[in-house]
Design a protein around this ligand. Structure first.
Ligand SMILES: [Zn+2]
Length: 181
């Protein structure tokens, strides 16, 4: 498996900057949930040395106060499809939407690694985002911010929610196989 995240220890300031720009470019340019999740896993492993494979992503509609959740003890992350749809209406910038999905996935991934305390997860996600993508990147603000305050227009988006409709994202966490084989 190719990893473009360089080991951090030997990097000087210029290399650190280059690494962040690379990671920003990848997060902002990702075209699928599994691509974003792959980046989440690499960045988390690179920053805190923790890893877990074999998670499934499920999409369903929830109220817009919920970004996603990880049922404790399960191998799933359930992402709020309605919120992502609303973000697409309110935020026209795909890079910013990618950053949002990246942060929501990272938050739940940290829960799935066993960090259950909400404040601790937000603190770790903030630290990881600052280190990996830079303190001024959207992800760092989203790690500790409240999206309904950052994007008040979200509350104005009217949608017909389908909370009984679940979609499983294919190929999600597909690179897990390479850790077994
Ligand atoms: Zn949480």
């Amino acid at each position: 498996m190719n990893s473009n995240i360089l080991p951090k220890k030997s990097l000087g300031p210029d290399a650190e900057q280059f690494r962040r720009e690379e990671q920003r470019r990848k997060v902002e340019g990702a075209t699928s949930y599994d691509e974003l999740f792959e980046l989440v896993k690499r960045v988390v492993e690179s920053e805190i040395g923790r890893h877990r494979a074999g998670l499934a992503l499920v999409l369903t509609d929830m109220p817009n106060t919920v970004g996603a959740f990880h049922p404790v003890g399960s191998n799933s992350i359930v992402l709020n499809r309605a919120l992502i749809n609303a973000m697409n209406v309110v935020v026209k910038n795909e890079k910013e939407i990618n950053s949002f999905v990246f942060m929501v996935l990272m938050h739940e991934y940290l829960h799935s690694l066993g960090y259950l305390n909400e404040i601790e997860v937000r603190r770790i996600a903030h630290r990881i985002s600052k280190a990996a993508l830079g303190p001024d990147h959207w992800t760092a603000k989203m790690a500790v911010g409240n999206w309904l305050e950052m994007y008040p227009q979200l509350s104005m988006v009217v949608q017909r929610l389908m909370p009984d409709s679940f979609e499983r994202v294919d190929k999600f966490d597909s690179s897990s196989m390479s850790y077994i084989g």
